[in-house]
Design a protein around this ligand. Structure first.
Ligand code: PEP
Ligand code: MN
Length: 367
């Protein structure tokens, strides 16, 4: 059961202390408190764990400072969407709002190679009014002999250029807890000109110790990819690891799953799960068409498969698109064959807009 307390509750007030003493006296029930700092108010939620079946929801709602109660109906306690659950499915980070109701595109480099390419990318994003991007510094590669990313060495120029081109949020994968400190130190040294969304890659979806470390900090929101060879339930539980440690600013990304049934695409596209995740959890849902499709193959209609699957995710209500671009894909050190080029950014964004408008019309039509 979740007790949602009155906004901005004063934790030194007599009423709050009375609540705590009542909770302390409940047999076989433990509790954990989560604070969520919204744009205007601080929300406090108390998660009751253990023998909560015998607790009457009316009695709990009547306790001092309690505004409402939610009976937990999903196994994802914090991120799950429970019955009569009115908790927000959104958060703000560095001036950008992420929600199950809106849409952001994160077009950028799969892997940072040179400052020149980062600058070309960011300039193009600014010209198209974009405030978010992807920039891989730490790359988990299948072969130990492949380029592993420039790591912390590239962070100073990536952050400085982001500031120059008004980029507010950069999605950046971390594969080890030390990367969080490296990113934090580089952002501080640069004067925090931009923000970072920490990305957990599909190969690390069940790296529980990494999830706990990333979940313990709440400076940076997290983008967690679905594991490519595990069930959706297992991946959603992985996301819950982040939230159970305290960070619930989490976005869940679909990126296709490993199966020969997806051939000739790199992975079997799973964007039919967008509405499923929005129904089961409070997380905004991201789609990654580049790592799903993995090629620049183009349909008979002249539209690339990457753009077709982007449209399929957006028409189903996706909230974020993570997509590989590169100014010179032939020179990209990672995933060049699936990257779109800068001239394709305008048409891509327009297509995204067309499909999003269609989704919004569907909402009205089918309401
Ligand atoms: C990526 O987004 O760069 C990436 C490696 O993706 P995934 O973890 O989905 O393979
Ligand atoms: Mn990649």
């Amino acid at each position: 059961m979740i007790l949602i307390l009155e906004p901005n509750v004063d934790t030194s007030s007599a009423e709050y202390l009375q609540l705590i003493s009542i909770l302390d006296s409940l047999p076989d029930v433990e509790y954990r408190t989560h604070n969520v700092q919204g744009a205007e108010v601080k929300l406090t939620e108390v998660y009751l764990i253990g023998d909560t079946q015998s607790l009457s929801i009316e009695r709990m709602r009547a306790l001092p400072t309690v505004e409402s109660t939610v009976r937990i109906s999903e196994s994802y306690r914090v991120l799950g969407r429970h019955e009569d659950d009115n908790r927000p499915a959104s958060f703000n980070y560095n001036g950008v709002r992420f929600s199950q109701d809106n849409l952001h595109v994160f077009a950028g480099l799969c892997a940072v190679d040179s400052a020149e390419h980062v600058e070309l990318m960011m300039r193009a994003l600014k010209e198209h009014g974009q405030q978010c991007t992807r920039m891989g510094a730490y790359k988990p590669r299948t072969s130990p002999y492949s380029f592993q990313g420039h790591g912390k060495d590239c962070l100073p120029f990536v952050f400085e250029l982001a500031g120059k081109y008004d980029i507010k949020v950069i999605a950046m994968e971390v594969t080890h807890e030390s990367h969080i400190d490296e990113i934090d130190a580089a952002l501080t040294a640069a004067g925090r000109p931009t923000g970072v969304m920490l990305q957990i890659g599909t190969r690390n979806t069940q790296n529980f110790e990494l999830l706990k470390c990333v979940g313990r900090q709440s400076t940076y929101p997290v983008l967690i990819k679905r594991g490519f060879g595990i069930t959706l339930n297992e991946s959603l539980n992985a996301a819950e690891y982040l939230a159970s440690e305290g960070n619930r600013n989490v976005i869940f990304a679909l990126r296709g799953v490993k199966s020969n049934l997806g051939d000739p695409h790199r992975n079997l596209v799973d964007f039919a799960h967008v509405p499923v995740i929005k129904r089961k959890t409070l997380m905004p849902v991201c789609i990654d068409p580049s790592h799903s499709v993995g090629t620049r193959a183009t349909g008979r209609d002249g539209i690339m498969d990457v753009m077709h699957v982007t449209a399929q995710g957006i028409i189903a209500g996706a909230n974020m698109v993570l997509v590989d671009f590169h100014p010179v894909p032939e020179k990209a050190l990672v995933d060049g064959p699936q990257a779109l080029v800068l001239d394709e950014l305008g048409p891509f964004l327009r297509d995204v807009e067309i499909v999003r408008e269609a989704y919004v019309k569907r909402l009205v039509n089918l309401a």
